[in-house]
Design a protein around this ligand. Structure first.
Ligand code: GLU
Length: 473
């Protein structure tokens, strides 16, 4: 046995990789990186009705997009059914589990009785010590664990602390169903053991399973891994996370224009902190992350914070890198068509020139694409109503006055056009904004844009003058 840390992410492929799952994967991945270990991926696909190949692909693709690839090919839980059966039978052979032939009617009766006595439903152990020769003919048995009848099972959880489960509450639960398929409880333990998992980091909705799972490890005489049950993510209002709050698949976050680095930065802060640091780079996360620093309280998902963090990472990204990102993600963006309005080289070239101005204001790639629209707009330019108000309210006269001034600018760049516009405004007794606003409206069709002199510079002399002539009074 080595001491190397092995974590795992074990999603059920019944839906896409949702945001809570992405955070669980991130914590497992970070802890493995931090400790020089590895993270494995297990697809918990034993529910054949609800598991789909599309969901498996979406999970793997979502992890890849976030840069959280597993260190080995994924393990299918369903494919390991024979091994699950083997372990259950080994437990019977060792006297740690037994065949139970109780009929559905008997189990119903037990449940009803418990209900009447206001007790939680528990299997009463009727086959626990019975001789198998008494087995009714033609009935396929289940395998149940022989759980301790008294005492406690204690889980030392790295996040939740010491958690005690009275053994009488754990009862002789089923390991193998009568059709030979394993229960979730059993399959998880056998897989985690066989995969060499040393640390189980998962949502705290699984905390009660940890007690029962510990019994299986003990019965097999296997090392119990370290458990760390992390708090679930709630909505900004404290309620359980719903779609409205952001309980969406990671592909939805890609479509909303978040960067992997921004989303990871936001997610790592949900339930974990490093002092007051809000902006944490991927390298810092690896260097600082520890499960002991995960908080016990539920984390709250807040889109405004996510936007702020993502905006930071957009500004911090290189111009060429952002152009590449926009081009590669455009098929997923609702307004990605903006980036297809010219041949790719032209789009890339204009984006790159405009990027220093564009990236200052955008919080998402969708906003970045939106604000780049002026670069690709065909004449006659579509003018938004608010921009039209500015042009109609005296703006066209300003544009007409500026046109000959700008036509005189010989060496066209942001500084030279700014100087020309400033001169003109001063001569006319106009505030600079009163000159800049109509220019912006005429050149972009909008009332917000990157700095207007950058717009003139990026559009170039000919396109600028052509757009201004369209609006001149
Ligand atoms: N498949 C379980 C889930 O998606 C996780 C099981 C585990 O982590 O042990 O909730």
């Amino acid at each position: 046995m080595t001491d190397r840390v092995v974590t795992r992410f074990a999603p059920s492929p019944t839906g896409y990789l949702h945001i809570g799952g992405a955070r669980t994967a991130l914590f497992n991945w970070l802890y493995a990186r931090r400790m020089g270990g590895k993270m494995l991926l297990r697809i918990e696909d034993t529910d054949r009705e609800r598991s789909t190949e599309a969901a498996v692909s979406a999970i793997i693709e979502g992890l890849h997009w976030l840069g959280l690839d597993a260190d080995e090919p994924p393990v299918s839980q369903f494919a390991r059914a024979a091994r699950h059966r083997e372990v259950a039978e080994a437990l019977v052979a060792a006297g740690k589990a037994y065949y139970c032939y109780a009929s559905p009617a008997e189990l119903d009766e037990m449940r009803e009785k418990a209900k009447a006595e206001k007790r939680p439903p528990r299997y009463d152990g009727r086959w626990r010590d019975r001789d198998p020769s008494e087995a009714p003919a033609g009935v396929k048995p289940v395998i149940r664990i022989k759980a301790p009848l008294d005492g406690e099972t204690v889980v030392q959880d790295r996040v939740q602390g010491e958690v005690r489960f009275p053994n009488k509450d754990l009862d002789d639960f089923i390991l193998l169903r009568s059709d030979g398929t394993p229960t979730y409880m059993h399959a998880v333990v056998v897989d985690d053991h066989d995969m060499g998992v040393t640390h189980i980091i998962r949502g705290d909705d699984h905390l009660t399973n940890a007690g029962r799972q510990t019994l299986i490890y003990r019965a097999m005489d296997w090392d119990v891994p370290v458990f760390a049950h992390i708090p679930l993510i709630h909505g900004a209002d404290g309620a359980k996370l719903s779609k409205r709050h952001g309980a969406l698949g990671v592909e939805a976050y890609r479509e909303m224009g978040y960067l992997p680095v921004g989303l990871k930065n936001y997610l790592v802060r949900l339930g974990w902190s490093h002092g007051d640091d809000e902006i944490i780079s991927p390298e810092e996360m690896i260097a600082w992350f520890d499960i002991d620093d995960v908080n016990r309280g539920a984390a709250r998902f807040d889109f405004a914070k996510l936007d702020a963090v993502n905006g930071h990472w957009i500004r911090a990204s290189g111009d060429a890198e952002l152009v590449d990102m926009l081009m590669s993600v455009r098929e997923h963006l609702p307004n990605g068509a903006i980036l297809r309005s010219e041949p790719d080289e032209v789009v890339r070239d204009r984006l790159l020139r405009a990027m220093p101005g564009l990236k200052e204001r955008a919080k998402t790639l969708v906003e970045l694409a939106e604000s780049s629209a002026y670069l690709f707009a065909a004449r006659p330019l579509a003018i938004e109503p608010k921009a039209e108000e500015i042009l109609a309210g005296g703006g066209r006269e300003v544009v007409s006055g500026l046109l000959p001034v700008l036509e005189q600018v010989a060496d066209w760049n942001a500084a030279s056009v700014e100087a020309a516009v400033r001169d003109y405004a001063e001569q006319q007794g106009l505030k600079l904004g009163k000159a800049a606003q109509p220019l912006r409206a005429a050149l972009t069709g909008k009332t917000t844009s990157p700095g207007v002199f950058d717009v003139l510079d990026v559009l170039g002399r000919d396109e600028t003058l052509a757009r201004l002539r369209e609006q001149a009074a």
